[in-house]
Design a protein. Structure first.
Ligand SMILES: O=C(O)CCC(=O)C(=O)O
Ligand SMILES: [Fe+2]
Length: 485
């Protein structure tokens, strides 16, 4: 039986389908969370033949193996399979696989993949289908998020500073996040990069947004007309070359320059061989960055040109646990199974906010936020936003960056393949250009190494060697002497 259509011309959600009590609209196909099945006399999934026995997540995993014609065919079998084969995550993956050169963004991944103009779109009424797996991404795409940025407790607030000298930065702020409230309004880019101007000058320029390179025109169309749990985020490291713009105080016609307080960036000794360091970032409201630490032990600044960003940050150290809800891989190098921003905020924001060390703040257009080396951060765009970020190595953090490159070579990123030994190259260039800074950094690294070793020795001391209480906990690795392993 062909399922009946609720709507033949359907942009987003039909009028009158908004549940004003929660501000979350009804699911476009009428799917409800699984719990509702207990009070219903029908369950459309019962009609899905052999597929009915599969748990929803497994069914979706199976559907991930299908290609577009198979998804479409299976979707005609019954309403439940229509709903499951319509899941946006499948169509986003299908789009990436198809990788079309010519296409138009049409409001969602399914319509875009199928090139469906408004008059050919259908939505089948799937009321009577109860599935958390289908409902959850929809809920996460619509649940209000800006409330998480409200009422920041006083003790968590990231300092807001008018301006800062380089000495003040290095002496007092190197390990603390802060928001500079003045500098970028004088940048030409702050004045010049309106959406209209960008579209006028760069509509066909392709920028990287996660796994795709899209013309800016297409990305702005996506930004204005999409609603996803994890919106595609434009994050392009080659924007300066693509847009043929100059950066830095050395160029007379530069479009921006790093705020003076951050001082010299020591990675500049690497010239062309330096790792990636600048990104243009564009995204709709609700987009952003899930919890992470910046690469190679670098610090960063992030300047908002349009919109505003909510930041939640935590310091890190080998003795501190990661932020609540963040699970690190055994070698601490990766965050395993990262939650979407909405999932994180829904599940962990409250506990994160009351965890010691938590810092929060809103960085508005015209302001710059400092991310200290090694800090975890999650960023939510409260409105559609255009921003620029740069990673850098301030003098005081040279020992941290050198230690990172030396001790974690497998986690080093952003260098081109021809740089075989980033640590060796950095040391060589520093020795040529900043020998005394390098010597100082080595001394700090040596001192930290000794402190680390003595802490470790205390931990692994066998009971008969020291102050361990009789019968107490003993922690040792039976002869493995190398504390760096
Ligand atoms: O603006 C954002 O989403 C934050 C970017 C960020 O954290 C990064 O570039 O490492
Ligand atoms: Fe970051």
């Amino acid at each position: 039986m062909a399922p009946s259509a609720v709507s033949t011309r359907d942009h987003d959600l039909p009028n009158g389908m908004r549940d004003t009590s929660t501000a979350i609209p009804r699911h476009p196909l009428g799917v409800k969370p699984s719990g509702n099945a207990y009070t219903s006399t029908v369950n459309l999934k019962d009609h899905a033949g052999a597929f009915a026995v599969l748990p929803d997540e497994l069914l979706i995993s199976f559907l991930e193996y299908l290609h577009v014609p198979e998804l479409l065919r299976l979707g005609t079998a019954c309403k439940a399979l229509y709903a499951f084969t319509s899941a946006e995550e499948l169509w986003r993956a299908a789009f990436l696989e198809l990788h079309p050169e010519q296409f138009e963004w049409r409001g969602n991944w399914r319509w875009t993949c199928l090139g469906l103009p408004p008059e050919r779109r259908t939505r089948i009424d799937c009321r009577g289908l109860f599935s958390d797996a289908l409902y959850r991404p929809f809920f996460c795409a619509y649940t209000p998020l800006n409330q998480y940025a409200a009422d920041i407790p006083t003790e968590n607030r990231i300092a807001r500073l008018d301006d800062l000298t380089s000495e003040e930065f290095h002496d007092q702020w190197i390990n603390k996040p802060f928001i500079l409230t003045k500098p970028v309004t004088e940048w030409p880019v702050y004045r010049d990069w309106t959406v209209e101007a960008l579209l006028r000058d760069h509509a066909e320029t392709k920028f990287r947004a996660e796994a795709v390179d899209w013309p800016l025109r297409t990305y702005f169309s996506y930004l204005e007309n999409s609603h996803e749990e994890s919106p595609l985020y434009l994050f392009d490291r080659g924007f300066a070359e693509k847009m043929q713009v100059k950066i830095g105080r050395a160029s007379e016609d530069a479009i921006y320059w790093p705020p003076d307080c951050f001082g010299e960036d020591l990675f500049s000794v690497l010239g062309e061989q330096r790792p990636d360091s600048k990104w243009l970032i564009i995204g709709p409201a609700r987009s952003g960055s899930t919890f992470h630490k910046d690469p190679n032990g670098t610090s960063a600044w992030n300047a908002v040109l349009t919109g505003s960003k909510y930041w939640i940050m935590f310091p890190s150290s080998p003795t501190l646990p990661p932020p609540p809800g963040v699970i690190l891989s055994a070698d601490q190098s990766e965050i395993t199974s990262p939650l979407s921003i909405a999932e994180y905020l829904l599940s962990f924001h409250e506990i994160a906010r009351s965890t010691p060390g938590c810092r929060e703040g809103i960085c508005n257009a015209g302001e710059v936020l400092h991310v200290p080396s090694g800090w975890f951060h999650l960023v939510l765009n409260l409105d559609a936003s255009i921003a620029i970020t740069q990673n850098f190595v301030p003098q005081k953090k040279l020992p941290d960056v050198l230690a990172f490159l030396k001790d974690s070579p497998d986690q080093v990123s952003g260098f081109t393949d021809d740089v075989e030994d980033p640590y060796g190259l950095f040391v060589e260039r520093l020795r040529e250009q900043y020998p005394s800074l390098l010597e100082e950094a080595f001394k700090v690294m040596e001192r930290r190494g000794k402190e680390h070793k003595s802490k470790w020795e205390q931990l692994v001391k066998k009971p008969d060697e020291g102050d361990q209480e009789a019968g107490g906990f003993s922690f040792g690795f039976g002869g493995d002497e190398d504390e760096d392993e």
